[in-house]
Ligand binder design. Structure first.
Ligand SMILES: NC(=O)c1ccc[n+]([C@@H]2O[C@H](COP(=O)([O-])OP(=O)(O)OC[C@H]3O[C@@H](n4cnc5c(N)ncnc54)[C@H](O)[C@@H]3O)[C@@H](O)[C@H]2O)c1
Length: 336
């Protein structure tokens, strides 16, 4: 089945597919099917019945959680009715205007899949990847019309967080970029547009700058893990909820900021010291520390149930997202 041509008045395609029914794929399927108008047919494809069964359970939980927090634009039954599941790639992508690839983070696996998508999904359908770190060139080599390939990178948990990164590659067309952003906006999400495909995209670059410094201070014994975390949860984070780092610095006053930055930034540009936090982190991982998963990371989690801890955090996050929505309607926009 051919995908219909794009309709400028309604950016949402009639049909979309998500390939890969793991943690992220399930959340992305809920985003696609959950908007006020939503996408009428969203098919989640996985290779095995077991992973489909796991995804169904996950999705039912996500939809119930969103409904409980009043964050679903339509009733849960409508979202469920828009979702289909299959183990067949041809069936999943038949007639779709959008494919989101969310399979294992492996260049060869993604490359092989994109070649299959090229053969089965004709333009103008958009082929988007949820890759965390691979440049488009590493997986889109087998696609004939690479102007329609783009990255749509969600944060975990995808169903709960209102932003995602839209990253264009060197061959991505303006039309694809604009259409991709328009789709997320119509689904009530805020696309963050990254104008070049650079490592870490937008959020990981910010996140890792902060985490790197946190690990460095820990490694150098400057502060405890508890105080470093509290500095963020009780200090920076509440501030950043209302103003991002650039707006916040503006609000604080740049004259003062430049004085502090002139002394501090050369310290943070660590030169040879760059190895300190990474060595510290490697030592924890090499010693088998996986974090919450096995109870050993920066902290000890001796009796923690990872599922229960994550579920509690998801709940808090949804409460916060709801609060934010009440104060400021999430307005999706794509600044040029
Ligand atoms: N986990 C995160 O926090 C996170 C956040 C943002 C982006 N991502 C990215 O999302 C993608 C998926 O990550 P995940 O965490 O959901 O992984 P996951 O391991 O939970 O799921 C990946 C799924 O893809 C399936 N798969 C592998 N090859 C396939 C194929 N050829 N066809 C169909 N299914 C196939 C696997 O069986 C598995 O079910 C990765 O590219 C990852 O980097 C992950």
């Amino acid at each position: 089945m051919q995908p219909p041509a794009r309709d400028a008045r309604n950016p949402l395609p009639e049909r979309a597919a998500v390939i890969g029914a793991g943690l992220m794929g399930a959340g992305i399927a809920v985003v696609l099917a959950g908007g006020a108008h939503g996408i009428a047919h969203v098919t989640l494809m996985s290779r095995t019945e077991q992973s489909i069964s796991r995804a169904r359970t996950r999705i039912a939980g996500y939809i119930a959680d969103l409904a409980r927090h009043g964050l679903l634009a339509v009733d849960p039954a409508t979202v469920h009715s828009r979702l289909r599941f299959t183990t067949s790639l041809p069936e999943a992508v038949s007639g779709v205007g959008l494919v989101i690839e969310s399979v294992t983070e492996d260049a060869m696996t993604k490359r092989d899949l994109f070649s299959q998508l090229d053969a089965r999904v004709p333009p103008p359908a958009i082929l988007a990847s949820n890759t965390s770190a691979l440049p488009i060139a590493e997986f889109a080599g087998g696609v004939t019309h690479r102007d329609r390939v783009i990255i749509a990178h969600f944060l975990q948990p995808a169903h709960a967080l209102p932003v995602l990164e839209v990253v264009r590659g060197p061959e991505t067309s303006d039309e694809t970029d604009t259409a991709m952003c328009a789709i997320w906006t119509a689904l009530g999400r805020r696309p963050l547009r990254m104008r070049r495909d650079e490592p870490g995209f937008l959020i990981n670059r910010l996140q890792h700058a902060l985490v790197r410094e946190a690990v460095r201070m820990l490694a150098e014994g400057l502060a405890t893990a508890e105080d470093i975390d509290a500095a963020v949860t009780h200090g920076l984070a509440p501030r950043f909820v209302t103003a991002g780092p650039l707006r916040q610095r503006d609000v604080n006053g740049l004259a003062m900021h430049v004085k502090v930055a002139s002394r501090l930034w050369p310290e943070l540009d660590m030169g040879d010291g760059a190895s300190v936090p990474i060595n510290y982190l490697r030592a924890i991982v090499d010693a088998g520390g996986l974090g919450l998963e096995n109870g050993r990371g920066f902290y000890r989690w001796p009796d923690a149930n990872p599922k229960a801890v994550r579920s509690k955090l998801d709940d808090e996050l949804l409460t916060l997202v709801k609060l934010r929505r009440e104060t400021e309607e999430a307005s999706g926009s794509c600044l040029p």
